[in-house]
Design a protein around this ligand. Structure first.
Ligand code: PLP
Length: 357
């Protein structure tokens, strides 16, 4: 199998070896130590400000998005949601479900958010801003620094969904001033799905501690309190947390987060160079490193996905909804190298020679 999707992605050998072992009991000092190490490396790799905390939730990243909405906002807030695709729409839908007043900054598929567009909302009575830093459905990377300056000027509580951008695109939580960042285990962390991680800056920690959350499982104050002893309120996905530990240490040993970001960036650049003469259009105005969204000029995007999967054993990532027939995505995250790009490009060329691309 060769997997170019955006998650789950391929894992390193070390992560797979750990995954094959027995899952230990977890209310132990050994497991607490491992969790502290996970927290320390997450805070380091996100460049979180001093006094930040990380919590590990057992659910996919959508659970982390919803937990943040429930714990950080109320009906008294008024949030801006950057909505450039499926994940922006998900944030808007969550605000709807939890009765959080919101306004969407709607972008066309692939469109980037400019300063001018953002500052149309300057000086208005908003209290928060939600953004998917890489809107993975269209591969658009938003400018966290520019948005952060806007949030600072307008005193907005700033939430960054970095699910597919963490470790793929540069992110400096302290510098951009994000109050919360969230991510998941199955994207650039390249572990199995099941764990999401929320990093809270000191202001967010205070806010969460004071929140009245109408939920037992998604109570972040409870998660924070348990994390003081390196634990979680309920049984977590213990095996995946151990795999995350292996992976975080692997990244650290290879030089840290900036080296991993550069590796993913080079993987993306190599692919984009190799497809220059193929009949594709890159959809994103501001391509993120983690994924390249492609519009095939002469063929149906979903048919290409099926053909590659069924006849070549190669997985690319189909799009959903109204993008299904027009766009597919090629991921650059996980255990992939430049030779793998060549294998994929050769498969595209083979389809072309058969008149299928
Ligand atoms: C993948 C992704 C999510 C949600 O992930 P699940 O693990 O499927 O819940 C949220 N936001 C972004 C930007 C993503 O790429």
């Amino acid at each position: 199998m060769l997997n170019f999707t955006v998650g789950p992605v391929m894992s390193s050998k070390a992560v797979r070896v750990v995954g094959a072992e027995q899952v230990p009991y977890f209310r132990t000092s050994e497991f607490s130590e491992l969790m502290f190490e996970n927290e320390r490396l997450m805070l380091k790799f996100t460049k979180a400000p001093r006094g930040s905390k990380a919590v590990f939730l057992t659910n996919s990243s959508t659970g982390a998005m919803e937990a943040v909405i429930m714990n950080c906002f109320t009906e008294k807030d008024n949030v801006l949601v950057v909505n450039g695709g499926s994940f922006g729409a998900r944030f808007a839908q969550m605000c709807e479900i939890h009765n959080i007043p919101y306004t969407e900054i709607k972008l066309n598929h692939g469109q980037k958010l400019t300063k001018e567009m953002l500052y149309r909302y300057d000086g208005q009575p908003f209290t928060g801003l939600l953004v998917n830093v890489d809107e993975t459905s269209t591969g658009v990377l938003y400018d966290t620094q520019m948005i952060g300056e806007f949030c600072k000027k307008n005193h907005l509580f700033y939430v960054c969904d970095c699910v597919s951008s963490f470790l793929a695109d540069p992110f400096n939580m302290a510098e951009c001033g994000a109050d919360v960042m969230l991510t998941g285990s199955q994207k650039v962390l390249a572990c199995p799905p099941g764990i999401s991680i929320v990093v809270l800056a000191p202001i967010a920690v205070e806010r969460v501690k004071k929140a009245h959350v109408n939920s037992m499982y998604f109570d972040l104050a409870d998660a924070l309190k348990n994390m003081e002893r390196g634990q979680t309120p309920f049984t977590p996905a213990v095996g995946i947390l151990i795999q995350i530990n292996t992976r975080l240490k692997e990244i650290e040993a290879a030089g840290g987060e900036d080296v991993e970001v550069a590796r993913v960036a080079a993987q993306a650049a190599d692919f984009r160079e190799k497809i220059k003469d193929l009949p594709f259009e890159i959809v994103s105005e501001s391509p993120a490193n983690g994924v390249t969204p492609l519009h095939p000029l002469h063929a149906n995007a979903y048919d290409i996905f099926l053909k590659l999967k069924d006849e070549y054993g190669i997985w690319i990532c189909p799009n959903g909804g109204d993008m299904k027939d027009a766009i597919f995505r090629v991921g650059h995250i996980g255990y992939l190298n430049h030779d793998d790009n060549t294998t994929l490009v050769n498969a595209f060329k083979d389809l072309m020679s058969k008149g299928l691309l």
